[in-house]
Every structure is written in structure tokens, then in C-alpha cells.
Design a protein around this ligand. Structure first.
Ligand SMILES: Cc1cc2nc3c(=O)[nH]c(=O)nc-3n(C[C@H](O)[C@H](O)[C@H](O)COP(=O)(O)OP(=O)(O)OC[C@H]3O[C@@H](n4cnc5c(N)ncnc54)[C@H](O)[C@@H]3O)c2cc1C
Length: 571
């Protein structure tokens, strides 16, 4: 019997454990297995195998029972996730439904999640920009949060490393505020986007409209073909899962690559409850999971643990990992675990029309979505009454004037004879929010989920800085649109709750001082050096770039560090 137990423990012992199989966890698994470490990847949701488990990927619009929409009953039963722009009939199966995994909204918060192998990497909009030193220096310069313990030079080689493997399309624009990367050819701007880009360049020295940078194989290199991926077909059906692997997801790229090494054990249906801490060793020794099929509690062991459950769930796992040494959550000597969470603010938009370029239309599709306007406010110095700034999306398309009158054959005839209308142009704000102590996530004191884990209580809100930033976005974009000759300009702001923009960050922030931060410059817990956090929970501030590329780069860098430390027997 004793031997059996020893064997069983041996079977449950790995070199590395990765919690979560999404965007960042996929990278951790790829890097560990590539360096020869036997790695266990634990995922709370079901498996989603590339191609095989994309049930809607090749469906025509008329093959959907509800023509792509979701029935009212489903929408009404899911008021939170239904607010996400991508929650439709073709991809609803990749989203967490409201009642499946409840949480406590101390203040309104739309928590959009994907609990399956691949996480939200199946669903993302693939926008990928590097941070610059203007972003890393933000908190120190402007006096909020704590100073980032790293600068651009620390992460630049790792951006290059992950970009080459993932495949990022873009132009070398030569902008200090948005460093160039290792790009595949960009998806070009259309005629009106290009016109606006040239106009803005001629009028403003510090404002630029560039081709959006995105994780699509515009022209694959050998490394992408080796992954079994192929050129993006510009179908724009990405959220269904791409059978070509045309866009980067953990399912099409990092996870199959890691599996091919023979070093990865992927265990879906495994909710990590907590990380096990051994006081005598002063280290984490493993993790405790609940198998969601059998309800069994099982411990797994490893020398190093990476927490990649996505920002807020990573906070939950750490907060729920209590011991005599860490009564308030693993590594939480400072008391800041769960605090200083923040998010992106996309709640302002502007639309207009353009009466030129009538000889051109937009028959093609652009998976990058059009243009991107890097942050131009408060970049080099403080110039407004609010801190930090916003990037903006920009796109244009030729409108079709359709006559929807009639029913049956008369409707069909009316629809066929559609005419081209003016160009529609539009933009949305992508604003940075400031992490504050009062913004926090915590364990609910009373309610638990089906696996015995306390529900997460979420409490964060907008502030005056966000209101001023929104006003500035509207003013500046209105000015830029007006001067470009756009007409019928309509700016709008909405009252969405935080969260809907799906870039929540912080709670286990990086910093130099263990008294005010949870992680050091290598993403290691200050107090438990064999536990690393490399998803959004590690972010000291949010800046305004889409964050996932930075999580990927930080993850690859942290694995490299962890393996070096293991080789030196420091962990
Ligand atoms: C519609 C949409 C559009 C987006 N667009 C962009 C974009 O354009 N650019 C960009 O940069 N980002 C975008 N994002 C955000 C992006 O998807 C996330 O930043 C990214 O997926 C985060 O990676 P992650 O590894 O932290 O989390 P995820 O990819 O969410 O993976 C986390 C995984 O951990 C699992 N997990 C959670 N808790 C546990 C537990 N206790 N035990 C075991 N497993 C657990 C989850 O099931 C999940 O599979 C978008 C997201 C959505 C939904």
C-alpha cells in the first residue's frame, strides 16, 4: 500500500505546473516543455482541440438556426455576457454564461470569461501592440501605483521572441511611443483610412493613423507552417476558431506545439482551488484541484508553479491559498494582494461620413480591423487636466444603401438592387485607467462555488480622471474628423460597467519593494520564489495598448528565468 502511495505521488509530480491554458498559460507550457521540463497544465474547463472542436467554423449564415443571433430567452438569461459584442450564435459556446459561474458585484462589473482549453485566446480581437518606456515610466512619472521594476529594454527581446512565433502583422512605423516589432506584412488601410492617415500626419506632428497590428498570418514564415498553421484567408470568422490557424490562439499554436514535445500533460476539467505551501521548505510544493467530473480533490506537485488563470481568477487562486504563514493569501505579506486592480475604458465612440472617394468601395475584408491611432496625449509630458491617455481605433467602410421594404420576393428584389452610399467612418477610445487601493477583488465571506472556492467579490469603478479623458477623446477626435472634412459627426459615450472591455489587470502587481507589491521584476512572488504570475494580474499599470502581447512576452521571459533558477538550484 505504501508503495502504491509513493507511485501515486510520483505520477502526480512534475517539474512545472501551469494553472490555466489560455493566452499566457499556453506560452508557459510551450516554453517549459521546449526546455525539456515535464509540465502539467491544469484547466478548469473542457478541452477544445484545434479544428475538431470549432463546430461553427465553416457554417454559412443560413445554416444557423437563428441566423447568427441568440434567442431572446438566452439573451435575457445572460444580461452580463450578452453585452459583449462577440456573444452571438456562432461563438456563444466559448463564453461563460452568467449563471454557470457566479461572482459578487460589490460594484457593477461585467466579467467576460472563456473557461476552456485556450481560454479567451479563441475569442480575442487579435490586436497586438508593444509598450514603450513612456508606458513603463508612467506610474513613477505621474505619481500613482508604484514604479514598474522593468523598462522597455528588459522586455524588448521577449516581444521579438513571441512575435516571431505567434505571427504579428504590421508596418514599421518608427514611432517611439509604439515600438516596432518583428512584423509580417501589414493589412493595408483602405482609401479613406489612408486619406485620414495622410491628413492627420500633415496637420499634427504627434498624431498618427497606422495600420492596426494584429496576430494574423498575412504571410506565414516556416515557423508558422511548422505549427501546422496557414495563411489567414481573411474570412473574419475568427471568434469561431480558425481551421487555418490564421490567427494566433493557444489552441492552434502554443498548446499543440507543447504537446508535440511529449513533455506536456494537459488536464482539463481541473479547477485549481489553491496552491500548497510548505512552511518548513519555505516554498510552494504543488496545487490542489477539484476534478469537475468526479468531484475528487487531488494534489499535484512540482518544483515551480506558474499562475495563468487570467487576471481576476489568478487573484482568486492566490487569495484562496492560505496557510499559517500566509493567512491572507499566498505571498500577501504586504496586504496589497487583490488591490490596485484596473481595466481599460472603451466607453466613448465617434462616427461620421465622408463624401469623397466615391470611385472606391470596400469589397475586401481586413482582419486587422483598419487603423490604430497610438496614444498622443501626455506621452512625453503632462499636458491635460487628466493623467495618462488613450489610443483610438479608426476604420472606414463604404456603406450600402439597402431597401428593406417588402416581404418575400419583393424584399429579395429590393435587397439585390442595393446602391453604394457614402463612406462611414468611426473610432472608439481605448483609455487607460488608474489602479487605486480602493479598487479591489476579495473572497466573499459567505458564498462558495460548486468546488468549495469562495466566490470572487469585485469592486472597481470609474473616477473623474476617466470622465475627463472621455471628454478629451470626444473633443480631439471631433476636431480631427472635422478638419478631415468628415460630416454628420456624432460622438457618443455610454454608461457601461467596468469589465466589458475585457482587459482587467493588477491585484498581484510587480514592483521593487515587497512592502508595496506582490511580484518582483521576474514575475516571481517576492515571498515564495517558486511561484510566478505572468497574466494580467501582474500588471502595475494598464497603459492603453491591448495587453495580451505583453503577457506573452512576460511569460516567456519568466519561464526562461525560472528554468535558469532551477538549474542553479535557487528554486
Ligand atoms: C471578445 C474579446 C476580444 C479581445 N480582444 C483582445 C485584443 O484585441 N487584444 C488583446 O490583447 N486582448 C484581447 N482580449 C483579451 C485577451 O483575450 C486576454 O487578455 C487574454 O486571453 C488573457 O490571457 P490569460 O492567459 O490571462 O487568460 P485566458 O486566455 O482567459 O486563460 C485563462 C484560463 O485559465 C482557466 N482558469 C481560470 N481559473 C482557473 C482555475 N481556478 N483552475 C484552472 N483553470 C482556471 C480559464 O478557464 C482559462 O482557460 C479580448 C478578449 C475577448 C473575450
Amino acid at each position: 500500500m505504501a508503495n502504491l502511495n509513493i507511485d501515486s505521488i510520483k505520477d502526480r509530480t512534475f517539474d512545472a505546473i501551469v494553472i490555466g491554458s489560455g493566452m499566457s498559460g499556453g506560452w508557459a507550457a510551450k516554453e517549459f516543455t521546449g526546455k525539456g521540463l515535464k509540465t502539467l497544465m491544469l484547466e478548469r474547463g473542457r478541452d477544445v482541440k484545434h479544428i475538431k472542436d470549432y463546430p461553427t467554423t465553416n457554417m454559412y449564415p443560413w445554416e444557423f438556426e437563428h441566423r447568427g443571433e441568440l434567442p431572446m430567452a438566452v439573451q435575457e438569461a445572460n444580461p452580463i455576457v450578452n453585452r459583449c459584442y462577440a456573444f452571438h450564435e456562432d461563438a456563444a459556446h466559448f463564453f461563460v454564461k452568467d449563471k454557470e459561474h457566479p461572482y459578487v458585484q460589490d460594484k457593477p462589473f461585467d466579467w467576460i470569461r472563456g473557461y476552456q482549453v485556450g481560454g479567451k485566446s479563441l475569442l480575442w480581437a487579435r490586436q497586438t501592440q508593444r509598450w514603450s518606456d513612456f508606458d513603463f515610466e508612467g506610474p513613477a512619472r505621474d505619481g500613482f501605483a508604484v514604479d514598474w521594476p522593468i523598462r522597455y529594454k528588459d522586455i524588448a527581446p521577449w516581444y521579438s521572441y513571441v512575435e516571431k512565433f505567434a505571427g504579428i502583422s504590421g508596418n514599421k512605423d518608427g514611432l517611439a511611443e509604439l515600438p516596432d516589432g518583428e512584423f509580417l506584412p501589414a493589412f493595408p488601410l483602405n482609401s479613406v483610412e489612408d486619406y485620414f492617415s495622410k491628413h492627420v500626419k500633415s496637420k499634427y506632428s504627434n498624431r498618427h493613423v497606422i495600420s492596426a497590428r494584429c496576430a494574423h498570418l498575412s504571410k506565414p514564415n516556416q515557423i508558422h507552417l511548422d505549427q501546422g498553421r496557414a495563411q489567414c484567408q481573411e474570412r473574419i470568422l475568427c471568434q469561431r476558431g480558425c481551421p487555418f490557424g490564421g490567427y494566433f490562439s493557444a489552441n492552434s499554436s502554443t498548446i499543440p506545439w507543447a504537446l508535440r514535445s511529449g513533455n506536456l500533460t494537459l488536464r482539463p476539467f481541473s479547477v485549481v482551488q489553491s496552491i500548497i505551501y510548505d512552511e518548513n521548505l519555505g516554498k510552494a510544493t504543488g496545487v490542489r484541484i477539484v476534478d469537475t467530473n468526479t468531484k475528487e480533490t487531488i494534489d499535484y506537485f512540482a518544483r515551480v508553479i506558474f499562475v495563468n488563470a487570467a487576471a481576476l481568477n489568478t487573484n482568486l487562486v492566490l487569495l484562496n491559498s492560505t496557510s499559517h504563514r500566509f493567512p491572507n493569501g499566498l505571498g500577501n505579506d504586504s496586504g496589497v494582494l487583490g488591490k490596485y486592480v484596473a481595466f481599460h475604458n472603451y466607453s466613448a465612440h465617434i462616427s461620421a461620413e465622408y463624401d469623397g472617394f466615391k470611385e472606391w468601395t470596400t469589397d475586401g475584408r481586413n482582419p486587422a480591423g483598419g487603423g490604430y491611432i497610438p496614444r498622443f496625449r501626455n506621452v512625453r509630458k503632462q499636458e491635460t487636466d487628466f493623467l495618462r491617455g488613450y489610443a483610438s481605433g479608426f476604420s472606414a467602410h463604404r456603406r450600402r444603401e439597402r431597401n428593406w421594404d417588402g416581404v418575400g420576393s419583393s424584399l429579395k428584389e429590393n435587397l439585390v438592387s442595393d446602391e453604394l452610399g457614402p463612406w462611414s467612418v468611426g473610432s472608439h477610445m481605448m483609455g487607460e485607467t488608474i489602479p487605486k487601493e480602493a479598487s479591489y477583488v476579495a473572497l466573499d465571506a459567505r458564498q462558495k462555488d460548486d468546488w468549495g472556492v469562495p466566490l470572487l467579490k469585485i469592486s472597481m469603478d470609474y473616477d473623474d480622471n476617466d470622465a475627463k479623458m472621455k471628454k478629451d477623446y470626444v473633443d480631439q477626435l471631433t476636431e480631427m474628423f472635422t478638419s478631415a472634412g468628415f460630416t454628420n459627426i456624432k460622438a457618443s459615450t455610454d454608461q457601461r460597467a467596468p469589465g466589458l472591455d475585457i482587459h482587467e489587470m493588477g491585484g498581484a502587481r510587480m514592483g521593487n519593494d515587497p512592502k508595496t507589491s506582490i511580484l518582483n521584476k521576474w514575475n516571481q512572488l517576492h515571498a515564495v520564489n517558486n511561484v510566478y504570475v505572468t497574466d494580467g494580474a501582474c500588471m502595475t499599470s494598464t497603459s492603453c495598448q491591448n495587453p495580451s502581447l505583453t503577457y506573452m512576452a512576460l511569460t516567456a521571459r519568466a519561464v526562461d528565468h525560472a528554468v535558469n533558477e532551477m538549474n542553479k538550484r535557487n528554486i
